[in-house]
Design a protein around this ligand. Structure first.
Ligand code: TRP
Length: 462
């Protein structure tokens, strides 16, 4: 056990700071994985894969995780633990007097946008949890689940109510602070969710059309790779790894000096990708078995999963347990994205933690309501042809996150002192670093060019 709240001196910034710290090794992994694993893996990954043609999307997604995702996690870890600051402060400490900290504003803006639409989907999990417990989720036909979801999501009361209830839970945990609120919950919840997914996976593999589903997911048709597949896969990689806006940097600022950064980045990325794959293996065999369309969009899992549970013995128990864990997994993710703006408000704007948490929640409530209503009363209110929900999702995931990630990789790759990087990766020369050259190479060249090429490609320039 490492003690929390130790005082450390940092080599480049050279100031003494007392901050909260995660208390155990498991805590570090469980919280970063807790941030990464969430609706992004279980709700967003299957629907993005489904709308972008299956295997082709998966291949691009995995490619981006390795060549851009892992190096950028390392960059965020270096910035966060090295400065023990929020993302905004990290840029300022590492490049004093320069305008780099503006990149921090992107993080704060994007994190609030994501919080808004994410809370809506998390609210859906509350509705489905209640319905599972009350037994009203058992319906005769797969099509009935489509109608049911439609009726619920186009309503104007329950979707908004659950969004606000979810934000209240988020608020209550955030108020308790980093180590107490976040770490304890992640330690128990993450392993349990993983086990449950394994059980569902086996169940799906035994379905009549399992092969068709697996073929869709794992067989890449390279001719389908176009600009929207590339942009979608890159956005999904950033979204799923909680990257690009300083979320991982903020968490890393609570790491102890003994946390091995590269190893933690590798474990986080592998577990996160495994959970996404498990979700795919659960969903697609069922989609084909029940003759549903893989390209249903954001509603996909809320129609497919209940059908799966319905066919399991003791279905109501499984589905209650699942939606409860999904609700918790969403909470560990929203806590992490809220922590970006809360750390900014408290450390840069000198607000109390309480006021900062209230402000973060209030913004979430206003924009969350807007997103919740974009399936009902506000479904005709469109900007650039997209509803508020879709606009927030698209702009934050496909534009702001990769753009933020590009700035972070250029910053760490080109502007941060090599010695500082080395000190961080080697825990002050106490552990060997083998991959430093490769990581710095990816940060300098591969990640920024990759991101720019995908951007240019999607606006039709190449
Ligand atoms: N990665 C989380 C998920 O997959 C969502 C998330 C949490 C996130 N924190 C973030 C996304 C920061 C982008 C940035 O559900």
């Amino acid at each position: 056990m490492e003690s929390k709240g130790t005082t450390e001196t940092n080599s480049q910034t050279d100031n003494k700071i007392t901050r909260a710290q995660f208390t155990t090794k498991l805590g570090v992994i469980a919280t970063t994985v807790g941030s990464a694993v969430g609706l992004g893996n279980i709700w967003r990954f299957p629907y993005e894969t489904g709308t972008h043609g299956g295997g082709a999307f998966l291949i691009c997604y995995i490619f981006f995780i390795f060549v851009i995702g892992i190096p950028v996690i390392c960059a965020e870890f270096i910035m966060g633990r090295g400065t023990r600051s929020n993302i905004f402060g990290a840029f300022r400490k590492l490049a004093p007097g320069r305008k780099w900290y503006f990149a921090g504003y992107i993080g704060i803006l994007a994190s609030l946008m994501i919080l808004s639409f994410y809370s809506v989907v998390a609210g859906w999990t509350i509705e489905y949890l209640i319905q599972s417990v009350s037994g009203s989720l058992a319906l005769a036909n797969p099509e009935d689940y489509h109608t049911k979801f439609d009726e619920f999501s186009t309503g104007n009361v329950r979707p908004v109510l659950w969004t606000l209830v979810f934000l209240l839970f988020n608020f209550l945990i955030l108020r308790r602070g980093v180590t107490k609120g976040i770490e304890k919950m992640s330690n128990i919840m993450m392993p349990l969710l993983f086990l449950l997914l394994l059980v569902f996976c086996i169940n799906s593999l035994l379905m009549p059309k399992a092969q068709e589903g697996l073929y869709f997911l794992f067989h890449p048709d390279f001719s389908e790779i176009d600009s929207s597949v590339l942009l979608g896969a890159m956005g999904q990689a950033f979204f799923s790894l909680s990257l690009g806006l300083g979320c991982m940097a903020t968490y890393a600022s609570y790491f102890s000096k003994k946390t091995k950064l590269i190893k933690s980045a590798g474990i986080t990325a592998s577990l996160d990708t495994t959970v996404a794959l498990l979700a795919g293996i659960i969903i697609f065999p069922a989609v084909f078995t029940f003759n549903m369309s893989p390209a249903a969009g954001p509603t996909l899992v809320f129609e497919v999963l209940p059908s799966i549970f319905h066919h399991l013995p003791g279905g109501a128990v499984w589905s209650s347990l699942f939606f409860f864990l999904l609700f918790l997994a969403s909470l560990t993710s929203t806590i992490s994205m809220s922590e970006i703006s809360i750390a900014f408000f408290t450390e840069e704007k000198k607000m109390s933690r309480r006021s900062a948490t209230i402000l973060n929640t209030a913004i979430g409530c206003v924009f969350g309501t807007l997103c919740a209503l974009s399936f009902g009363a506000l479904s005709d209110f469109k900007i650039f042809g997209l509803t508020a929900f879709n606009l927030f999702d698209y702009v934050s995931s496909n534009i702001l996150l990769p753009f933020g990630g590009m700035l972070i990789s250029i910053f760490v790759g080109w502007f941060v002192d090599r010695k500082f990087i080395k000190t961080q990766l080697s825990n002050d020369h106490k552990v060997k670093v083998r991959l430093m050259t490769l990581i710095v190479f990816c940060l300098r060249f591969v990640a920024p060019t990759g991101i720019i090429l995908v951007f240019l490609n999607s606006i039709g320039i190449i």
